[in-house]
Design a protein around this ligand. Sequence first.
Ligand SMILES: *[C@@H]1O[C@H](CO)[C@@H](O)[C@H](O)[C@H]1NC(C)=O
Ligand SMILES: *[C@@H]1O[C@H](CO)[C@@H](O)[C@H](O)[C@H]1NC(C)=O
Length: 331
Amino acid sequence: MKSAHVGLWLHVLSTTAVLVSAFDPFTTTVLVGVGAALSRSIYNYLHENCDHKWIAFNATGLEASLQTKLFGQHIASHIILKAVSGFMSNDNPKKPLVLSLHGWTGTGKNYVSSLIAESIYKEGMDSKFVHVFTSELHFPHASQMDTYKTQLQQWIKGNVSSCAQSMFIFDEMDKMHPGLIDSIKPYLDYYDKVDGVSYRKAIFIFLSNAGGESIIQTALDFWNAGRDRDEMELKDLETSLSLSVFNNKRSGLWHTSLIDKNLVDFFVPFLPLEYRHVLQCAKAAMEARGLKPDPAVADKVARDLVYFPKSERVFSVKGCKTIESKLDFYT
Ligand SMILES: *[C@@H]1O[C@H](CO)[C@@H](O)[C@H](O)[C@H]1NC(C)=O
Ligand SMILES: *[C@@H]1O[C@H](CO)[C@@H](O)[C@H](O)[C@H]1NC(C)=O
């Protein structure tokens, strides 16, 4: 028995030796190469990369989330779906996509940006290719504007160089220094390349309250005339929106030639939200927490918010913004 075992082991060992010696340097190189490629693809599988595995636009997904997760914004939904789908299906866009979202606080501008990000990047807002800049956080001091300009240009250039399909979201655009907006202009334009880098596949999203008041006025006019809000069209808002954006000295965009040069592809208005929309937000928030949407709780939450104008109480002052904390209180 024992000698048979030893014999077997010897046989295994010698076979292994023959096998090993059969691996000439070339085969070894190939094997190591295969191993490296394998570990590289495992790495790529686990770590976000600038390729189609991590960046792939889902038009159906965007349409579905705009329909089911964004409330009271039929105009914005429509424009965004068309704009983003059109841009993403174009293999050779002539300029980056530039969206400017306007509307009062809590109406869904930030939220829509995250829905767009989720429809393009597997990692959504957590993607390393999605960059958010907030004026008061990233560029707070007017005295350091020159440093900020250089830094912002380097960031945009660096990020687009490493991934053409990068997305940049500028929050509080109305608080941004005009000089800073000017400094990003070359990247938004119809250039083939700027300093050897093409920006044509990037997406820029500007968020601001600019024009919010004129949008509210139009919505209020509709309401006062007894007209259905859903009948409101972009053209009903366009004139007042562009006038208020152009003429408002506080809001940044108009100091620059972003508009004159047509660098902004789409102005997207966000309407003020009514009680019924807040109700929808509250129900959706409960669902997102894994709770069964409770109409009574949703009603309490919605009634807790402040509405304006004072007499008619039509629109929520903060939109759907404080829903989460109210829910904490009522559930
Ligand atoms: C796109 O989105 C739809 C709707 O959310 C989803 O059912 C589908 O699986 C998504 N497709 C891909 C390729 O992720
Ligand atoms: C990309 O942008 C971020 C800011 O969002 C910045 O911190 C980073 O340095 C940039 N990357 C490159 C390569 O420039």
